[in-house]
Design a protein around this ligand. Structure first.
Ligand SMILES: Cc1cc2nc3c(=O)[nH]c(=O)nc-3n(C[C@H](O)[C@H](O)[C@H](O)COP(=O)(O)OP(=O)(O)OC[C@H]3O[C@@H](n4cnc5c(N)ncnc54)[C@H](O)[C@@H]3O)c2cc1C
Length: 469
């Protein structure tokens, strides 16, 4: 808990924000102090709702002068608690909602921090372009949030993470100065790249106020299939072949275990099993191309070969947009479907793609020995080596007992990840939840360099003080 905000700081903030630009009403603040899984809750005495970049700069400048901590929040869909204040002032970007420009010749879209990912998709579609970041949280997740967490999602295999999709940024630095780096260049090799520090900076090195985002041509053909397979090792072999058959056209390659599919069938109304019988593992594959018919042809060739080689036990190809959505729905609901099942230890880890089967085998053995009867729901972006490895309490077990053993259990999982050359946070960031664990696995040299950068930019540590090193 931080110290109360001095009265003179509050009155200066109210003056620069103006009417409608702030609130201290507990009811207005309440939804911003919890996150969707009810995992994190917080407190804040004051909500700042700036509508312009200048207003953001004024708020941050006043807070810097006073040494007043701030937590920054976009759509509040972050999964590691970084956006939930613990006594700090809460700066929300919800009124920074303008798409400033969409320029198809430069293939760029410039949007303010509070614009949702869905709104970015819609604005790009108006000029027959697309922004290829896919998150199940797209209706709420914002530009500022996905930039600051370097979000990944389902299309990283083809387009890279947010880091690869941002051409420029505008941000308010911790001392309140505005940096206009809204370039739209594909090549700009002029030394250190400040925007790359802010991307994935989790709101610690500046408040992102706008971003220039890279656009791509719309797709003319999409083909989606769900494959039933016996083992994760089969998924890796299929992925290698899919890359050869599809060239650069693999849009997604996702793995799901049966238990997660069972949770979706049980807990997400309207979910249907695409197969007649249960299978141990599933791959959801999407090919997509700007050339008419090409994705369908490539998928057909890939599946024919896989079936002939006995690599898949069964396969379902979506024939309509509705069927594509239904198959994707099973994948996208893997996380929400766990909610009614009780306490879960969630891990968002990555290992080299070739090591995914070894990771799953070792982690399963370690978890079953540590919590006999635990239920393991593993799914994720296997094409990126990114597995969401979730360990749920045994059926009928105690939520409190399971939650109490979370840290110990997660250390075991993370030790296996690190041994296999992986990362303990593949795409969600470290936030408040994993900062200490993240620091354990950084070398002293790297950790000191990162701390030095933060000290230089934010010597009073006012921005998201509980997050990162
Ligand atoms: C159902 C669901 C599915 C998800 N799937 C994925 C996935 O596939 N891949 C993935 O990577 N993530 C995923 N996420 C996590 C989350 O959606 C992303 O991290 C998202 O990008 C966060 O955006 P937000 O606007 O909600 O940020 P918030 O939750 O508000 O904030 C997240 C972090 O960014 C900081 N921040 C927010 N705005 C700014 C700003 N303007 N300037 C500086 N810092 C800022 C906050 O302080 C916080 O540290 C998922 C979340 C949910 C709920």
């Amino acid at each position: 808990m931080t110290a109360p905000v001095p009265a003179d700081v509050l009155s200066r903030l109210k003056a620069v924000l103006g009417e409608g630009g702030w609130s201290d009403d507990p009811e207005r603040l309440a939804p911003k102090l919890v996150e969707w899984r009810d995992r994190w809750s917080g407190t804040s005495p004051f909500l700042a709702l700036p509508r312009t970049v200048d207003a953001v700069a004024a708020v941050v400048g006043i807070c810097f002068e006073a040494g007043q901590p701030i937590t920054v929040q976009g759509g509040n869909t972050g999964l590691v608690g970084g956006q939930i204040p613990q006594g700090e002032i809460l700066l929300s970007t919800e009124r920074l909602r303008t798409v400033r420009e969409v320029e198809p010749y430069d293939d760029v879209l410039v949007a303010e921090a509070g614009v949702t990912l869905s709104a970015v998709h819609a604005a790009a579609a108006e000029v027959r372009r697309r922004f290829p970041l896919g998150l199940a949280s797209e209706g709420s997740a914002t530009v500022g949030g996905f930039v600051s967490t370097n979000a990944g999602g389902t299309q990283v295999l083809r387009y890279g993470t947010t880091r690869n999709l941002v051409l420029g940024l505008e941000a308010v630095m911790p001392n309140g100065e505005v940096w206009n780096g809204l370039k739209r260049l594909r090549k700009d090799n002029t030394g250190y790249d400040l925007k790359q520090l802010l991307i994935g900076g989790e709101g610690t090195l500046g408040v992102v106020t706008a971003a220039s985002l890279k656009l791509f041509p719309v797709l003319a053909s999409r083909a989606v299939a769900m494959l039933a397979i016996e083992t994760p090792a089969e998924a890796i072999r299929l992925l290698a072949r899919a890359k050869e058959v599809a060239g650069g056209a693999i849009e997604a390659f996702e793995l799901m275990g049966r238990l997660g599919v069972d949770f979706a069938l049980r807990n997400i109304p309207g979910t249907r099993d695409p197969f007649d019988a249960p299978h141990p593992w599933y791959v959801l594959v999407e090919f997509a191309s700007a050339e008419q018919g090409s994705a369908e042809r490539a998928l057909e060739q890939f599946l024919e070969e896989a079936v002939e080689a006995g690599q898949v036990s069964d396969a379902v190809v979506a024939q309509t947009e509705t069927q594509m959505k239904a198959l994707w729905g099973i994948r996208e609901n893997q996380s929400p479907a766990q909610k009614p099942e009780g306490a879960t230890w969630k891990h968002d880890v990555s290992v080299p793609v070739s090591q995914v089967p070894a990771f799953l085998a070792e982690a399963d053995a370690a978890m079953r020995a540590f919590v006999p009867g635990c239920r393991i729901a593993a799914f994720g972006h296997v094409g990126d080596g990114n597995i969401h490895y979730d360990v749920l309490r045994p059926d009928g077990g105690s939520d409190a007992e399971h939650a109490a053993r979370r840290d110990e259990g997660s250390h075991l999982v993370h030790a296996i990840v690190v041994k296999l050359g992986g990362s303990i946070s593949a795409e969600h960031g470290l936030g408040a939840m994993k900062t200490a664990e993240g620091a354990r696995y950084k070398s002293p040299v790297e950790l000191e360099a990162l701390k030095a950068i933060r000290r230089a930019l934010d010597p009073k540590r006012i921005l998201n003080p509980r997050v990162l090193f």
